[in-house]
Design a protein around this ligand. Structure first.
Ligand SMILES: [Zn+2]
Ligand SMILES: [Zn+2]
Length: 249
């Protein structure tokens, strides 16, 4: 496959959306529809990152059903897309990325924090009794996730709902970010610039790249029209001369 930035001037002439959901999990469209839409938008490659349960007893309706994993992978390949999985980091060592055969079958595995101590961060009806404690736990989870060599990137890093943003901002110090960036560089884990759940400032992105952490750009599209947003990020990366940090696949 062509590298995303073969041009020495730093222009990205091969656009990859590293994070797309299909209707195998909670996306609304099929793999094929997403792939055709991407082509129409001038996006050269997409990585499907459907949600996947690590354990058999996790029956959450939006997860990709385990029995469909082979079909999912095959369909991705038939549509010239890359099969990946987005896996919840649940804060327990033995639960992350149990080395199942399924995880090894896909090309890219991502780690995400969606739930902290049973609190669903992405829930519209989120209620938090102790925001400080929740943020503390989130940041602890992140440090551990930054060392999970099984994953290739961390999705929507430091995205929390509006009511927790201020609390998180206070805790997200340069020292903390440098520490996780070093761990991620060591583990060869990339940081995602997510356009659906934007969270990183340019200054923060540069803390990561400064430690040698690679970047992925993902729309987190659950509906294909959301993919278009990645184009702007690629142009910004060009402007900031950061394109050589893009993860090559
Ligand atoms: Zn996610
Ligand atoms: Zn996602």
């Amino acid at each position: 496959m062509k590298a995303p930035n073969k041009d020495t001037s730093g222009t990205v002439d091969f656009l990859i959306d590293f994070h797309v959901h299909s209707n195998y999990s909670d996306g609304v469209q099929t793999i094929q529809s997403n792939a055709s839409y991407a082509t129409a938008l001038g996006i050269d490659k997409i990585v499907f990152a459907d949600h996947y349960a690590q354990l058999n007893n996790e029956k959450i309706k939006y997860y990709l059903p385990k029995k469909k994993i082979n079909e999912y992978i095959e369909e991705c390949r038939q549509n010239n897309a890359i099969p990946g999985l987005e896996i919840d980091y649940l804060g327990e060592e033995d639960r992350l990325l149990a080395k199942t055969k399924d995880i090894k079958k896909v090309d890219l595995v991502y780690g995400s924090i969606h739930v902290v101590e049973k609190t669903k961060l992405f829930s519209e009806t989120l209620k938090v009794s102790n925001p400080q404690e929740l943020i503390k736990k989130y940041l602890e989870y992140f440090v551990k996730l930054a060392e999970k060599k099984e994953i290739k990137a961390i999705c929507h890093p430091f995205w929390v709902p509006e009511k927790l943003k201020l609390q998180l901002k206070k805790k997200l110090t340069k020292d903390y970010l440098e520490d996780v960036a070093e761990r991620m560089a060591q583990s060869e884990i990339a940081i995602e610039i997510n356009t659906m759940f934007p969270s990183l400032t340019l200054k923060q992105v540069k803390i990561f790249t400064g430690k040698g952490v690679k970047i992925t750009v993902g729309s987190d599209a659950h509906s294909p029209e959301s993919m278009v947003a990645i184009k702007k990020v690629y142009r910004q990366l060009e402007k900031e001369e950061l394109t050589h940090y893009l993860l090559k696949i």
